[in-house]
Design a binder for this molecule. Structure first.
Ligand code: FAD
Length: 367
């Protein structure tokens, strides 16, 4: 069976690998380079830390387990960094954090309290002022180097026969009556397939997706600041009152202001992003004093745009009344991608996945 996957981000790369492993003939098409969409501008924390309700929490916890399983199946997983996560909150948020930890413990999710002294052992360079209250430790969490993940999965897929075509924008979804039969790319090539999968992330609600082919998104934005690790020497994922932060590979630390701290959207110019980055650097210097000496040319700030469905939950499944077409679009796609790829492959092989029932595309089309 021939399958076209549109989009070579975390989701498309995971699908390509899993479907190829299962024996399908896969063509992956991307308008740009592989991995350069939202997956390149993500905090990429694998977690199920604050993802209500319980069914969605469990989906993400299974996503974390799927990362571990994939690492074993793949034989090596240099992209997977299971560092654990430390969290503390401003006084006004400390009760909410206590409630969250209690809820996570009731789900048997690894979540415990540690002392400020223990935190200091984990992160010796950090400066705390004593107002952080209780500190949460989430040992099963970590982060993914999305570029390594995508590159290595696509390399392995190509070695098994998948066709990976980058710089090839899909301009039209081809339909014969109520059946999708393939796509047309910008160079005029017609690619025919029994199944076409929309894994285009934040572009999945725009042309070439028309009518019931399109998703319903309400994207939000975030700022990612990459600084030399010598200024912010961290060993774990840290969730702090103003920002999240984690190591980002050799010699680099990633800082990400928390959602809602700054009011930005897709139209915010880079000059404004740079101003806001300078502000967060100033605030982060209270915790990492060495940052006070950093110069603007030593760090880089970028905007990331979330592929956020209107109700916040994944959109996964076929579209009723439209044969040969399937959608896989979600936020938290770094955490979820190996699991979704496995469940979607199972569905395409003929066995519906009960875990995906709450996330079918038609729920957003009601009314
Ligand atoms: C600031 C921020 C922080 C985040 N933090 C986390 C986190 O901590 N943990 C987590 O799990 N998730 C996080 N996410 C979400 C996560 O990054 C995304 O869910 C995930 O990267 C989406 O992957 P994707 O493959 O769906 O999309 P993308 O990586 O955007 O890939 C889609 C691809 O489709 C291609 N494409 C689009 N249109 C076409 C077309 N017409 N023809 C051909 N190709 C096309 C694009 O070129 C692109 O390469 C975060 C996101 C942001 C923005």
């Amino acid at each position: 069976m021939k399958i076209i996957v549109i989009g070579a981000g975390m989701i498309g790369a995971s699908l390509t690998w899993e479907l190829t492993e299962a024996g399908f003939t896969v063509t992956l098409l991307d308008a740009s380079e592989a991995g350069k969409g939202t997956s390149a501008n993500s905090f990429a924390w694998i977690n199920s830390h604050g993802k209500p309700p319980e069914a969605y929490h469990r989906l993400n916890a299974s996503g974390m387990q799927a990362h571990r399983d994939l690492a074993k199946r793949f034989g090596q997983a240099p992209w997977l960094n299971l560092t654990g996560c430390l969290e503390w909150q401003a006084p006004a948020e400390q009760q909410a954090m206590k409630d969250n930890v209690a809820r996570l413990q009731s789900y048997d999710y690894p979540a415990e309290w540690i002392s400020a002294g223990q935190l200091q052992q984990h992160e010796p360079e950090m400066h705390l002022d004593g107002t952080q209250g209780a500190i949460g430790w989430f040992s099963s969490e970590g982060w993914v180097d999305t570029q390594q993940y995508i590159h290595l999965l696509l390399q392995a897929s190509a070695a098994e026969g998948a066709k990976i075509v980058t710089g090839s924008k899909v301009m039209e979804i081809l339909q014969d009556g109520d059946t999708v039969t393939g796509v047309k790319t910008a160079d005029g090539t017609l690619h025919r397939a029994s199944l076409t999968i929309n894994a285009s992330g934040r572009w999945s609600d725009k042309p070439p997706y028309l009518g019931q082919q399109a998703t319903q998104l309400a994207p939000t934005t975030g700022i990612l600041i990459r600084v030399p690790a010598e200024y912010v020497p961290v060993n774990h994922v840290l969730a702090t009152p103003m920002f999240h932060c984690r190591p980002d590979g050799e010699g680099v630390t990633l800082l990400c202001p928390n959602e809602g701290v700054y009011d930005i959207d897709e139209s915010t110019p880079q000059s404004r992003i740079d101003e806001l980055a300078a502000d967060i650097i100033l605030k982060a210097a209270e915790v990492w004093p060495r940052l006070a000496a950093i110069r603007p040319e030593q760090y880089k700030a970028r905007m990331g745009i979330r592929a956020l469905p209107v109700d916040g939950y994944p959109i996964v499944g076929p579209t009723p009344g439209l044969a040969g077409y399937y959608t896989v679009v979600t936020h938290s796609g770094v955490t979820l991608s190996p699991l979704l790829a496995r469940l979607v492959t199972q569905e395409i092989k003929g066995k519906p996945a009960a875990e995906l029932e709450p996330y079918r595309p038609q729920r957003l089309r009601k009314g």
